[in-house]
Design a protein around this ligand. Structure first.
Ligand code: F6R
Length: 646
């Protein structure tokens, strides 16, 4: 579903917004709807050209952003007869040097996600060649430019945006007049690419179309999904044009459109501070956001904000409706105060009318869903400890095996341990499987997938760590569950789609416990999208179970993963963590030894998981303190997901 901001839609306000947003923006609830919309636009262009008896030239991108667009184009081809016979494609870029059969190459990516599944003639596909000799690169780049122009130029160019603000691999410092060329990659870009280069160095260079090549396209669609893109999206759309953020050059193009999901759009003025650019449709959520913003901006606790503060900061609307700033302050202060509770499972025998959780039943059955085997303790370890200490029946459910995220050297160590044990004690009857696994590990080429046995070993390593972590928190072994959801088991970062079999497993788990409380990862910024799929499986399981009587009382709380915290105005339950609990949480995270020091998939953050978790929890506590609430060591935050049938 496409979403609107809180601004009233007056024509003169639209003009005001146009001054702020220099590239037209459309925002969808999620990236799936937005990707489908773009795929439909591309399909329309292809069909139109077909009817005119001519060809369509597409500029294509790689990376995580366009994957769903390609998925939808493949579906349109397979199910609705969309033909690519008249399509020519030019990819934006390729690492240099790069062999086309390497799994990290963009040739591999494009074949895997699109070309292998559609009817495009192979000779119509163009991807910068990462294998050519250095001295031939300038003439090759000229040929690439000429080839695009000889076909009439790009009809549609699709783009993602890097955290440096790059488009293609046009890193900060690239000029508007730049053409296809060899470039050096920015450090941040190389860091972001590290997830695809497990145990290998990310190339330092790439061949990329230039800004000028991109700007010559007749239509440009640039996409961004997820909170980690929100700040650069704001800069690209709202800031001055500058070569330090090459995507700002798109502001000069007459037919560029930015497609965003809700999280990537969150920092745009129209969503973040709409009162600065127009007249708002106020509701309690927006009022809370505005008051928090004012308090942070003026570095004043909420209860000290005055009428003048509101008047002088574009928020006079708010106090017109209230008798005074003070009344508004108290209303917002109380709302936020009521989110803070040391009783995440509800406080027994207490008035619960203003508490986030119900007092009854005093002892609740609780499920904590953890997408990977460590998200439970990283994201909500303090709350997990409290729920156990306060006597609830807590079950932890690990949704996936997490078997791709173990270093080869760790797996080898365990395999050798088992071999040695087998040889020295004779208790393993057949050592040949271990021998094979050891050989496979030693022969493994960078980027190559693991054998089944090695994946099993890696999965078991994580299982053992998860058990140790949950036991440390204090739950019995029969409350620790492993689902090993099949969608995850591909041995690579590209996962299968969610199947009924995955959902059934989750349904069985929930029905066997009949919980009053379920916690799940609502963090959609995880690099491989596993959290997203795991959450979807829970939503679908709830939907399947909604007719069960006990489901009426089953509340779903979402926590964020290791990457981002909810902003304070979105938090519905804030659980304070004492200094001692924070240390215990750290120890529980330490049980996940394969993820310590330098985890195989660190994401975009150089800190270790326990450091990120602690920083994040301390920042949340400090945020509350600055607004004038009590000072806690740390806070874990949750949001309740309300189903319309509850
Ligand atoms: C890809 C490309 C890059 C990416 C950008 C975003 O061909 O040129 O500009 O579009 O780095 O990457 P993701 O989509 O992985 O966040």
């Amino acid at each position: 579903m496409e979403i609107q901001s809180h601004l009233l839609e007056h024509t003169h306000l639209k003009f005001l917004l146009k001054d702020v947003e220099k590239i037209p923006v459309r925002v969808w609830d999620d990236n799936i709807d937005a990707s489908k919309h773009l795929a439909k636009t591309i399909a329309l262009a292809i069909n139109q050209k077909q009817q005119q008896g001519t060809h369509c030239v597409l500029g294509l991108a790689t990376g995580s952003t366009p994957i769903k667009v390609y998925e939808e184009l493949v579906r349109l081809h397979k199910e609705e007869g969309l033909s690519f016979a008249n399509v020519y494609t030019f990819n934006l870029d390729e690492y240099f040097p790069m062999q086309p059969d390497a799994v990290q190459s963009y040739v591999y990516f494009m074949n895997d996600h699109l070309f292998n599944h559609i009817d495009i003639p192979k000779e119509n596909i163009h991807i910068p060649d990462g294998t050519i000799d250095m001295d031939k690169i300038p003439s090759y780049c000229e040929y690439y430019e000429e080839k695009i122009q000889s076909l009439g130029g790009l009809d549609i160019q699709i783009l993602g945006i890097g955290r440096t603000g790059h488009i293609g691999f046009n890193e900060p410092g690239s000029w508007e007049t730049s053409k296809t060329r060899l470039v050096r990659l920015d450090n941040l870009t190389r860091q972001d690419a590290q997830n695809d280069f497990i145990n290998q160095e990310v190339p330092y260079r790439a061949i990329t179309m230039g800004i000028d090549t991109i700007l010559k396209a007749k239509a440009i669609y640039i996409m961004a999904w997820g909170a980690h893109k929100a700040s650069i999206v704001k800069v690209a759309v709202e800031d001055q044009i500058s070569s330090t953020v090459p995507s700002t050059f798109l502001q000069t193009h007459e037919n560029t459109h930015f497609l965003l999901d809700r999280s990537a759009a969150a920092e745009l003025t129209r969503f973040n501070t709409p009162w600065l650019v127009g007249i708002c449709k106020w509701n309690d959520d927006l009022i809370t956001k505005a008051v928090i913003w004012l308090s942070e901006k003026l570095a004043k606790p909420i209860l000290k904000l005055t009428n003048e503060d509101y008047n002088e900061n574009s928020l006079s609307d708010l106090i017109i409706e209230e008798a005074s700033a003070y009344q508004l302050n108290i209303r917002v202060f109380n709302r936020l105060q009521h989110t803070i509770t040391g009783w995440p499972g509800g406080k027994p025998n207490a008035d619960d009318s203003t508490r986030p959780e119900r007092a009854k039943p005093a002892k609740k059955r609780v499920i904590i869903f953890s997408p990977h085997p460590d998200d439970d303790v990283i994201s909500m370890g303090g709350t997990f400890l409290r729920l156990v200490d306060q006597g609830h029946e807590v079950h932890v459910v690990y949704q996936t095996s997490g078997n791709i995220a173990v270093h080869d050297h760790d797996a080898l160590r365990y395999i050798e341990f088992m071999s040695d044990l087998g040889q020295e004690t004779g208790i393993i009857s057949d050592l040949s499987i271990l021998d094979d696994a050891e050989k496979a590990m030693r022969k493994k080429k960078p980027g190559q997938k693991d054998t089944k046995t090695v994946l099993k070993v890696k999965g078991l390593i994580r299982k053992g760590e998860a058990r140790a972590g949950a036991r440390y928190v204090g739950i019995d072994d029969d409350h620790i569950h492993f689902l090993d959801m099949p969608f995850y088991e591909t041995g690579g970062t590209k996962k299968n789609g969610l199947g009924q079999i995955d959902i059934d497993i989750v349904v069985d788990m929930i029905s066997s416990i009949k919980p009053q409380q379920v916690y799940a990862a609502g963090d959609l910024a995880d690099p491989h999208g596993t959290h997203r799929v795991c959450l979807e499986s829970i939503f679908q399981a709830f939907d399947q179970l909604k007719k069960e009587k006990w489901m009426k009382d089953c509340w779903l709380w979402l926590y964020r993963g290791a990457w981002h915290e909810y902003p304070i105005d979105e938090i519905e339950m804030a659980v304070p963590i004492s200094p001692e609990e924070l240390l215990r949480k750290r120890n529980a995270i330490f049980m996940h030894q394969s993820q310590k020091d330098s985890p195989p998939f660190p994401g975009e953050d150089v800190r270790e998981f326990w450091q990120r978790a602690e920083d994040r929890n301390r920042e949340a506590a400090d945020g509350f303190r600055r607004l004038g609430f009590a000072e806690y060591e740390a806070i874990e935050a949750f949001r309740r997901w309300k189903f319309d049938w509850q």
